[in-house]
Design a protein around this ligand. Structure first.
Ligand code: SF4
Length: 282
């Protein structure tokens, strides 16, 4: 693995694939989402001495890299004092780095004071990656995300006010057949009230032994086909009215990537998706 002496699998956002990866925690402090395959992994925060030792090791390989990602499923859950110390290490060991980001849950953003978030920003934190997944309370509740659309909205508006950038992941087909329409409608509605720097649509994968797999096996969750996911995504993009946002999906029909900046490429993204839908139809 690049950039860390942790032996486990690395989970970092697509946009951070060229970033230095500095592990600061492992597992998720929440760990209850119905679809998540590592929800049961033990959550642990790495000691500061360990993080510093790792940073000094990574500094020898950082080269000209200017971005760094703090690895951990929701590192913003760490105490602010702990994160500020880590940002000091980043400044000391990686003088060329001018972009630092990490994963965050909306509840952790809401739990931090504006003062603490400003301090983190002033010491180098530039953006957060948030698993939005859906803007629908029905879907968020079905998936046991532990957060509502209103709380997501409040968290991101707090970031907007502090000029901290944020990136979202959303999950195509997360509402299954029953909630597909509301997932699309409410996700578009929430996104249109926010200013994400990017949206990365992920494919729903139902991992064995997850609560979602049990729901599916009981017949309580009916998956969308790849074509139905694409149709849902196409209609979602058509509803987006964002000002400057990169949209990416690397799993279209399980084989294509679509990517474009909104709003400039909205029409061409939609026409590409329409062509794919037409050529994949019955
Ligand atoms: S917040 Fe993210 S990492 Fe944690 S359980 Fe949910 S999906 Fe998994």
């Amino acid at each position: 693995m690049e950039g860390s002496i942790v032996e486990n699998t690395v989970y970092a956002p697509l946009l951070e694939q060229d970033s230095i990866l500095l592990a600061v925690s492992e597992g998720c402090s929440y760990g209850k989402c119905a679809f998540c395959d590592f929800a049961n992994d033990q959550y642990r925060v790495f000691p500061l001495e360990w993080v510093e030792k790792n940073a000094s090791y990574l500094a020898t390989e950082a080269g000209e890299k200017t971005s760094l990602f703090l690895l951990g499923q929701n590192s913003l859950s760490l105490p602010s004092s702990h994160l500020l110390k880590i940002l000091e290490f980043v400044k000391f060991y990686f003088p060329k780095v001018d972009r630092v980001s990490m994963y965050a849950r909306a509840e952790d953003i809401n739990a931090k004071s504006e003062h603490d978030l400003s301090l983190l920003r002033d010491r180098g934190l530039s953006s957060l990656h948030i698993g939005l997944e859906s803007g629908s309370d029905e879907v968020l509740s079905l998936m046991n995300k532990g957060i509502t659309a209103a709380e997501l909205l409040a968290a991101c508006q707090k970031l907007d006010a502090l000029a901290l950038a944020y990136h979202f992941t959303i999950i195509g087909g997360l509402g299954g057949k029953r909630f597909s329409a509301i997932h699309r409608e409410k996700t578009a509605e929430l996104l249109n009230r926010l200013k994400p720097a990017s949206i990365w649509q992920l494919k729903l994968f139902i991992w064995p032994n997850t609560p979602l797999a049990k729901m599916r096996d009981r017949g309580d969750f009916i998956e969308l086909s790849p074509l139905e996911v694409l149709m849902e995504e196409r209609d979602l993009i058509a509803k987006l009215e964002l000002e400057d946002c990169l949209f990416i999906d690397t799993t279209v029909l399980n084989q294509y990537t679509i990517m474009g900046r909104l709003p400039e490429t909205k029409a061409s993204l939609i026409s590409t998706m329409d062509r794919l839908i037409e050529s994949s139809g019955p």
